[in-house]
Write a protein of this length. Structure first.
Length: 153
């Protein structure tokens, strides 16, 4: 059975490709899901791809991942910059997590420069556009493969 990875998307990412193409491009979230699905097949992973506009739903999904997934790729959207609840949930489940942002958050407004997620992430990708999700999945696949190969006592 392939390891399952959750790919979670936060608020407003359902509008990807439909609004603000100058910042976020013309790729839709359905396109991203297809790109991630193809990468997962290549990497021998199963992917559960989801989007919500609600902070508590993201928290619930992170909890769900504890028993259902080997790791998480997440674009928390604006909750990146505000959510101690996401920070606490990620820390509590202890799964490897890659934080992805489509835009380069450090080239934007100063309120986007701080992330509550980054301190509890295994790694962070930003500014690579939708390809960042594929890079994030590749990074997570490597972490999961290493963990699977490491014997526990
Ligand atoms: O660059 C990213 O991926 C972000 O996580 C996107 C968030 C933003 O709040 C973060 O600072 C950086 C916003 C997602 C909103 O997506 C939209 C897409 C199209 C049109 C409007 C919003």
């Amino acid at each position: 059975m392939p390891d399952t990875v959750f790919v979670l998307n936060g608020p407003n990412l359902n509008l990807l490709g439909l609004r603000e193409p100058a910042i976020y491009g013309s790729t839709t979230l359905a396109d991203v899901e297809a790109m991630v699905g193809a990468a997962a097949t290549r990497l021998g992973l199963a992917v559960d791809f989801r989007q919500t506009n609600h902070e508590g739903v993201l928290v619930d999904w992170i909890h769900e991942a504890r028993t259902a997934a080997a790791g998480i790729v997440i674009n928390p959207g604006a909750y990146t910059h505000t959510s101690i609840a996401l920070h606490d949930a990620i820390k509590a489940v202890g799964l490897p997590l890659i934080e992805v942002h489509i835009s380069n958050i450090f080239a934007r407004e100063s309120f986007r420069h701080h992330s509550y997620v980054s301190p509890v992430a295994a790694g962070v990708l930003c500014g690579f556009g939708p390809h960042g999700y594929v890079l994030g999945l590749e990074a997570l696949a490597r972490i999961v493969a290493t963990r699977n190969a490491t014997p526990t006592s």
